[in-house]
Design a protein around this ligand. Structure first.
Ligand SMILES: Nc1ncnc2c1ncn2[C@@H]1O[C@H](COP(=O)(O)OP(=O)(O)OP(=O)(O)O)[C@@H](O)[C@H]1O
Ligand SMILES: [Mg+2]
Length: 475
């Protein structure tokens, strides 16, 4: 794809530190810290860059990596949860920087405030480990660093503040872009866009590009008509409506990019709703043809990381779908939630219940959750499906929740729950023999499986406070 087809936020991304406008303090502090690192003696091994969206945090790190010829190893919030991803980074971080022939590296953990408190505790700990052991500079970015959960990261880092960009600065950048693109623009229009962007240069550049590509010039009246406050992102329902109502390609493209869902999700929404909107078979055919092209590009992008194709994805799923309507008249239509996402949400729920069950039993049986998942749950399922009375006793003894019981007993959940209720009312307390029998079953399972456990999980158990030997059951 020729460079002029790239979205402007990418095309005009700072390549050198001096391209990052404003932010003089942040730049000075960051460069001083980076130089300390390169001399091998940083005061703090990590830096946390914080400030409002679109003001140059990620850009500065990328520009510095480029200028200092450092290899940028980048990770985003969604990766922080996957242990193996963090471990991969930790491995890279632990390797020596100055080995012959190797480039230095800089590790960027972008948007660490995306990590959620307790759920990602493991992720936070892994980041702290990374900071302790790293031999390369670690940079994190966040919008809000004052969140309680980020406290340990704050303590371990040099804090560097970024300011909200002023209207004047934003308007100036927009003007330079217009000059370089040869686009005619009214200064008031640029000021208007800058004002509504609230210091978010990314959104200002996107707005400018939408107007310029749609009309070839940027006037105040166009800006007033087209630019909306950025805090207003559209729900998929609104985005679909905007998309199907579009009369021009740029409107359709804007519709699919200004949503609060990502493009993959948006693709599913469109996929689900084309037949709700279009009545003519040929229109439907054309729309699906365009959508399948979008999916094809997306697949290729993911396989080959050629993100410059992303603009084609938007072209195909936006204008491609909207302009497929030749014979159908626009009418108000009711849109559906994509079935596939509903299904995924359901399986996600099931996975979550299984995970919480595994954790719950792991803490009671003093084995790893992985072991519970692979060895215990399958056996418990057999018991729950075949012997609801017995299952109820186990449920009582292990204090299982209703969801956990449903997960294990499936079609026989009601029976198990009924027996459980009776047990709870004291109608039928577990007899001593039953207690012993259950203890034996679980113990046998536990013995059979512990002999098969790897050394690692034995070590894990020992580290967790030497509770390994105690297999007292709670009933
Ligand atoms: N100070 C700046 N100088 C030059 N360009 C900038 C600056 N700030 C933002 N931009 C432009 O906006 C785009 C987004 O900026 P960047 O990714 O650095 O924002 P950010 O501060 O990391 O925001 P977020 O918190 O949303 O991640 C860049 O690609 C660049 O085109
Ligand atoms: Mg960023």
């Amino acid at each position: 794809m020729p460079a002029k087809e790239l979205p402007w936020v990418i095309k005009y991304r700072p390549k050198r530190i001096s391209d990052v406008v404003d932010q003089d303090n942040a730049k000075r502090e960051f460069i001083a810290w980076l130089n300390q690192w390169l001399r091998g003696k940083p005061d703090k091994k990590a830096a946390l860059l914080y400030g409002p969206p679109g003001c140059g945090k990620t850009s500065l790190v990328e520009a510095a990596a480029n200028e200092y010829n450092l290899e940028l190893i980048e990770m985003n919030a969604s990766d922080f949860r996957r242990r193996q991803d963090i471990e991969r980074i930790v491995k890279i971080a632990a390797t020596q920087m100055s080995l012959f022939g190797r480039r230095g590296k800089i590790i960027l953990l972008d948007e660490v405030d995306g990590i959620s408190g307790t759920a990602d505790r493991g992720g936070l700990d892994a980041i702290l480990d990374l900071i302790n052991t790293t031999r390369h500079p670690v940079v994190m970015t966040a919008n809000d660093p004052w969140d309680q959960k980020l406290r340990p990261l704050r303590d371990a880092s040099k804090l560097i503040a970024f300011n909200r960009l002023t209207e004047t600065v934003v308007a100036q950048v927009l003007k330079n872009i217009c000059l370089s693109e040869g686009i005619e623009c009214e200064p008031q229009a640029l000021r208007y866009i800058a004002k509504l962007s609230e210091g978010d240069l990314r959104s200002a550049i996107n707005d400018l590009e939408a107007i310029a590509r749609g009309y070839g010039k940027v006037t105040l009246s166009l800006a007033q008509m087209l630019v909306r406050r950025r805090d207003r992102e559209y729900t998929p329902f609104e985005a679909l409506r905007n998309l199907f109502m579009s009369r021009y390609a740029w409107q359709a493209k804007q519709a699919v990019t200004q949503t609060n869902v990502d493009y993959e999700t948006m693709l599913q929404w469109i996929n689900e709703n084309i037949p709700n909107q279009y009545t003519d078979m040929e229109d439907i055919w054309r729309a699906y043809e365009a959508l399948s092209r979008a999916a094809l590009y997306l697949g290729r992008i993911k396989r080959t990381a050629s993100w410059d194709l992303l603009s084609y994805v938007f072209d195909a799923m936006g204008p491609g779908v909207a302009l497929a309507r030749v014979k159908s008249k626009y009418k108000w239509a009711k849109y559906n939630f994509p079935q596939r996402i509903l299904m995924m949400a359901k399986t996600k729920q099931v996975r979550e219940i299984r995970d919480s069950l595994a954790k719950h039993l792991a803490s009671k049986l003093h084995v790893s959750s992985r072991l519970v998942k692979s060895e215990f749950i399958p056996i418990l399922r057999i018991i729950f499906l075949n012997n609801p009375r017995y299952a109820a006793r186990i449920a009582l003894g292990y204090n299982l929740t209703e969801n956990m019981i449903k997960y294990l007993a499936g079609p026989r959940s009601n029976e198990v729950l009924r027996y459980l209720n009776e047990l709870k009312k004291g109608k039928a307390l577990p007899s001593e023999e039953t207690q012993i029998a259950i203890t034996k079953t679980v113990k046998t399972v536990s013995e059979v499986t512990t002999t098969r456990t790897t050394r690692r999980s034995t070590r894990t158990r020992r580290r967790k406070g030497g509770r390994g030997g105690q297999t007292q059951l709670p009933f």
